[in-house]
Unconditional design. Structure first.
Length: 446
């Protein structure tokens, strides 16, 4: 090898060391970049040249070059966040974002909602996923858009009760004698009706406008195995066919339904009846359409078992659960992301509704993805076609809501790599200096 070749070897070493320094510097610069995946540089020697010596042909290296710069997709740390739309992937997969023409892939889960309800990156790329209609997720992948419109009200049609009526109650006739509007002339007040009952339970129902109304169900034991029940509400909120309130006096009551319930010797419901007041006295809540409410105690009037669970046992009367299927109108107040990427909206009326689901993409060979800047990657033939689906399915990881994945670059390792590259640079510079001095000596020969 000539001295000029030695200069070339030293120069190749400088180039390799420069790349190493650049890679370490890039990784260190992105220590705080959300979802950043660090790069590793590998190097290889140049094709050696044959050198003829006394013992035969030998090979002498001619320098080094960068072999491959590979992105390392190891998991970064997952840290909590204050934003409900921040997401972190635990395991395999990438978020899919689209600019309207091309999809890109990222582990950076910092997302925002624009003024049209689209979930986007800071640069305006739309997150891809499955949109939902009325809480049902569609099967088509597209720009994920959250419907921020108000949830419409729903009228109450059924009240389901899970309650215990005490078998130690003495039968009476006090509640049966109470006179309420709807089925009578309204002689008694709601307070008097409650005092006459052996047991009461209250709930809220909603009319067709989504307005809430309190309803109290009154029970009285009328026989060994029989009870009567009456459902009453505020008579000042109930109107007749002339749009006139049944009463303007506070504490007056209107009976919307009544019936009987019977139990067998084990305390289980054996018979149930219900009579709606509307069959004889038409009524509505103010401005709303007429409605009847079915009271479900565990059996319908034909003897078929239903969802309720009212029993009679030797214990104090109590309510375990009371539910109804109506609601008021609701405004979206918050979002939450579950581990399968489902986005659930919470509304001011207490309702929770699925509003979409985030999709994740996996690749056969992640190392074939092409860095595109902004923590984005683009697909390539080397990476294979993206397999897009819901989180937690196939080989896809899960999603943590209100969390972000940190950079997987390790500062300690990068400092070691930087020092190594620096020393490489200094050593190769010495090779060039030595070759240069040798050339000067050669040139000085006279």
């Amino acid at each position: 090898m000539s001295l000029f070749s030695t200069l070339g070897v030293g120069a190749s070493g400088l180039n390799v060391a420069s790349v190493g320094l650049g890679v370490a510097g890039d990784n260190i610069a992105n220590i705080g970049t959300t979802g950043y995946k660090h790069t590793r540089a590998t190097f290889a020697d140049f094709l050696p040249q044959n050198v003829f010596g006394l013992s035969g042909v030998g090979q002498l290296g001619t320098g080094a070059a960068t072999n491959y710069l590979s992105t390392q997709f190891a998991q970064g740390s997952i840290n909590s966040s204050d934003s409900s739309l921040d997401m972190a992937i635990g395991g395999n997969g990438f978020f899919v974002v689209n600019d309207g023409n091309q999809s890109s892939y990222t582990r950076n889960g910092e997302f925002y909602m624009d003024d049209n309800g689209f979930i986007t990156t800071a640069s305006g790329l739309n997150l891809q996923g499955y949109n939902a209609v009325n809480g049902a997720v569609s099967g088509a992948i597209g720009d994920l858009q959250i419907d921020e419109t108000t949830i419409p009200p729903a009228v109450t049609t059924t009240v389901v009760a899970d309650a215990t009526l005490s078998a130690e109650t003495v039968p009476g006739v006090d509640l049966a004698a109470i006179d309420m509007y709807g089925t009578g002339t309204g002689t008694n007040t709601l307070t008097e009706a409650g005092d006459a009952a052996d047991f009461t339970m209250g709930t809220t129902i909603y009319d067709t406008l989504g307005v809430a109304h309190d309803v109290t169900v009154l029970f009285e034991r009328s026989g060994t195995s029989d009870w009567i029940w009456r459902a009453v509400t505020d008579a000042t909120q109930v109107y007749d066919t002339t749009n006139t309130a049944f009463s303007t006096t506070a504490d007056s009551g209107f009976e919307i339904a009544n019936g009987t319930v019977s139990f067998d010797t084990d305390g289980n419901i054996s018979a149930f009846t219900q009579t709606n007041t509307s069959t004889t006295t038409p009524w509505t809540f103010q401005g709303a359409a007429a409605q009847d409410v079915a009271f479900d105690f565990g059996m319908d009037s034909t003897g078929v078992a239903t969802d309720g669970a009212v029993t009679m046992v030797g214990d104090e009367s109590s309510v375990q659960a009371l539910s109804q299927d109506g609601r008021s109108a609701g405004i979206l107040s918050s979002l939450a992301v579950s581990d399968d990427g489902t986005i659930t909206g919470s509304y001011t009326n207490g309702e929770d509704l699925v509003v979409g689901q985030v999709a994740l993409a996996t690749f056969t060979a992640e190392s074939g993805l092409i860095r595109a800047g902004g923590t984005l990657f683009t697909a390539s033939s080397a990476a294979g076609a993206p397999a897009v689906g819901a989180a937690g399915t196939g080989t896809r990881g899960t999603i943590s809501g209100s969390a972000l994945e940190g950079s997987n670059a390790n500062l300690e390792d990068e400092f070691v790599n930087m020092i190594t590259a620096q020393r490489m640079y200094q050593a190769n510079a010495k090779v060039i200096t030595a070759a240069d001095e040798s050339l000067q000596t050669l040139m000085a020969i006279q």
